[in-house]
Design a protein around this ligand. Sequence first.
Ligand code: PSU
Ligand code: MN
Length: 307
Amino acid sequence: MPGSIDIETTQEVADALAAGRPVVALESTIITHGMPWPGNRDMALEVEAVIRAEGAVPATIAIIDGTLHAGLDTASITALAQASDVMKVSRADFAFAIAEGRTGATTVAATMMAAKLAGISLFATGGIGGVHRGAELSFDISADLEELGRTPVIVVCAGAKAILDIPKTLEALETRGVPVVAYGQDEMPAFWSRSSGLAAPLRLDTTEAIARFEITRRALGGHGGMLIANPVPETDEIPANVMHGHIEAALEMAKAQGIEGKAVTPFLLGEILGLTDGASLKTNIALVLNNARLAARIAVALAAGSE
Ligand code: PSU
Ligand code: MN
């Protein structure tokens, strides 16, 4: 007999979900594998505050000792931010972490799965995984893309990082039927930079328009996720020409050290942090806060539009 997965929610999340009030899910891999302590904890707590300030409720997703959580208190976020030996959990390891009683941080793919289980339709993060450079040989394509193709959650990010192959990532998303919407500009943003040199497939300029699009998608049925690409604020961006050299250097290091598979993204982020003298982390935090704000506003618009 198939059972169901128990989800432990905070009271705040349970109340909001029961009342149909706006909730925004947050991933935890960015905390455990994406940023160093203690900036990672500060970021995680600040992101929650930004979402509350917009009138929505934050639900940070993680698996702790085999229990799936939607919403974490400050003590749990602090413990997770300092923990070592936390699994990076994507679709392939989600059930494993629960069955084995492990502690796991959820990637974009696993956070989308958890959000759907919990009944949350908005999710804010920094950047999604995508098609890695050289994927034609390594076959390294993030499970985030498959998840976007199948799971009906709106993911707000700052675009795909230029450590990836952005044109191939956009092609893979199109193949999977995922709408990619740049917010307020024609160009696809590239995480630390506002510009990627590539046109975004779609553009919308207001949260109301995004809510209307989502409601239409739901009416059409059989849909997966949608990606909102929100450019990093101008004051926080690192221009694409500056990032270019750092990215090339980090990719060389990864190649020289034979870094593969799940370790690639965390390794590159760590290298780039050093190469930019910490500036990439400041930008990363700023863009996550910016995405959390937009996701909360979309959640509010969606709740109003669905009434
Ligand atoms: N982008 C970041 N920081 C991160 C990640 C992406 O700026 O920590 C994480 C996300 O959790 C994303 C994952 O889902 O990396 C993708 O990893 P992979 O390429 O191994 O699927
Ligand atoms: Mn990968």
